[in-house]
Design a protein. Structure first.
Length: 116
C-alpha cells in the first residue's frame, strides 16, 4: 500500500487547513486510516482515526477542532482542521492499517506550520 499525503502548508493562528491522503495498492475492505503528528524531539502522536465503516477516534487534546472523514471510493482520508493553534504545528503523517493481515503503512508526512 502506498500513501500520498497533501494539503499541508503555512496558516495563521485561527486559520484552517484540510489534509488529504490517498491510498493505493492492495486496499482491503477492512481497514483503518488515520493521522498522526510529530514535532522535533517528541514521539509521534495520534490525531484521529477512521475505520472503513466510518467509526472515528480523536485525540482528547483537539477539543473538537479537527474532523476526520474518508471517501472509500477514492481510498482517501481527509483531516479538516480549524481554529489552528501554534501547538498544532507539526509534520502530519497518514497511516493505513490493514485489519485482515495486521499491517501498517505510513505516508511521507506533510508539514503544517501555524504562525503569524
Amino acid at each position: 500500500v502506498q500513501l500520498q499525503a497533501s494539503g499541508g502548508g503555512l496558516v495563521q493562528p485561527g486559520g484552517s487547513l484540510r489534509l488529504s491522503c490517498a491510498a493505493s495498492g492492495s486496499i482491503t475492505s477492512r481497514n483503518v486510516m488515520g493521522w498522526y503528528r510529530q514535532t522535533p524531539g517528541k514521539q509521534r502522536e495520534l490525531v484521529a482515526l477512521i475505520t472503513s465503516y466510518g467509526r472515528t477516534t480523536y485525540a482528547d487534546s483537539l477539543e473538537g477542532r479537527f474532523t476526520i472523514s474518508r471517501d472509500n471510493a477514492k481510498n482517501t482520508v481527509y483531516l479538516q482542521m480549524v481554529s489552528l493553534k501554534p501547538e498544532d504545528m507539526a509534520v502530519y503523517y497518514c497511516k493505513y492499517s490493514d485489519l485482515d493481515v495486521f499491517s501498517d503503512y505510513w505516508g511521507q508526512g506533510t508539514q503544517v506550520t501555524v504562525s503569524s
